[in-house]
Design a protein around this ligand. Structure first.
Ligand SMILES: Nc1ncnc2c1ncn2[C@@H]1O[C@H](COP(=O)(O)OP(=O)(O)O)[C@@H](O)[C@H]1O
Ligand SMILES: [Mg+2]
Length: 239
C-alpha cells in the first residue's frame, strides 16, 4: 500500500473522448509483412479507463503509438478530443502530444537528473500556467515520493521509479494517459500498487486512460477491457 500518498491538490481537468475508425498499420511488405493494427474501430468516452489486453505481438503498443501520435497509420482515422490525430502535420502533432501523458514499461527516467527534475523535464521547454517545481512537488507527494525529490533514479526501487514516471506523465496537465505495460518490469505486488495508483490518479483528474497489459489480473482499476489478437479487437466489454 502507498501509505504516504497524499491527495493531489491540482486542477480538475476532463478527460478526452477517443474515436478510432478502421485503423490499419502494416509493418513490412507482402508475405513477410505484418498487420499490427487491422481495421481497429473503437470509441472511448471521456474519462473512461480502458485496459488493452493481449499476448505479446497482438498490437497493443502499436495502437498506443498510433493514438499518441508517435507512429503514423496507413489508413483509418483517430480523433482524440478536438484533435484529428491522423490529419495533423508535424508541428500540430507535436502540440497534440503535449496533451498526452505517456508511461512506459522501462520508466525512461534520465539517470543524471534528480527525481524532481525528471518530473519537471517535459514542461521545461514550454510556457505553462503553473509553477513547475511546485506542481512537480505536489505530484511527487501524490505518488508517495515527496521525500525522494532530490534522489537520483538509481537510488530508487523499480516501483518507485515507475511512480516518478507517473508523476512526470501528469506534469503537463494531460487529458489522456497512455500506459504501455507500466508494470511489466515490476514484481506482481509492486505492479498491483502501481496499477492502483494509476487508476486512482486518473480517476481523481478525470482523465481518459488507455493501458496495455498482458496480465489479466491487472485490469481491476479499469472500467473496460479490450482484447486484441493479431491486430484485431476480439473482445470488448464496453462495446
Ligand atoms: N517497428 C516495427 N517494425 C516491424 N514490425 C513491428 C514494429 N513494431 C511492431 N511490429 C510488429 O507488429 C506486431 C505488433 O507488435 P506490438 O504492437 O509491439 O504488439 P504488443 O505491444 O501487443 O506486444 C508484432 O508482430 C511486431 O513484431
Ligand atoms: Mg508492447
Amino acid at each position: 500500500m502507498l501509505m504516504e500518498a497524499q491527495p493531489v491538490a491540482t486542477e480538475t481537468r476532463r478527460g478526452v473522448e477517443v474515436t478510432v475508425r478502421e485503423l490499419t498499420k502494416r509493418f513490412g511488405e507482402g508475405e513477410s509483412g505484418i498487420v499490427a493494427a487491422d481495421a481497429v474501430t473503437l470509441h472511448v468516452p471521456a474519462g473512461q479507463r480502458v485496459a488493452l489486453l493481449g499476448a505479446s505481438g497482438s498490437g497493443k503498443s502499436t495502437l498506443l503509438h498510433l493514438i499518441g501520435g508517435m507512429e503514423r497509420a496507413d489508413s483509418g482515422t483517430i480523433t482524440v478530443g478536438d484533435h484529428e490525430v491522423t490529419a495533423l502535420g508535424r508541428r500540430r502533432l507535436s502540440v497534440y502530444r503535449r496533451s498526452v501523458g505517456f508511461v512506459f514499461q522501462r520508466f525512461h527516467l534520465l539517470p543524471a537528473l534528480t527525481v524532481l527534475d525528471n518530473v519537471i523535464a517535459p514542461v521545461l521547454p514550454r510556457r505553462v500556467g503553473f509553477d513547475r517545481a511546485e506542481r512537480a512537488r505536489q505530484l511527487l507527494a501524490a505518488v508517495g515520493l515527496a521525500e525522494r525529490a532530490h534522489a537520483v533514479p538509481s537510488q530508487l526501487s523499480g516501483g518507485q521509479q515507475q511512480r516518478v514516471a507517473i508523476a512526470r506523465a501528469l506534469i503537463g496537465e494531460p487529458r489522456i494517459i497512455l500506459a504501455d505495460e507500466p508494470t511489466g518490469n515490476l514484481d506482481s505486488a509492486t505492479g498491483r500498487d502501481v496499477m492502483e495508483l494509476v487508476g486512482r490518479l486518473v480517476e481523481e483528474h478525470g482523465l481518459t486512460l488507455l493501458m496495455a497489459t498482458h496480465d489479466e489480473n491487472l485490469t481491476a482499476h479499469c472500467d473496460r477491457v479490450i482484447r486484441l489478437r493479431d491486430g484485431v479487437v476480439i473482445e470488448d466489454t464496453g462495446a
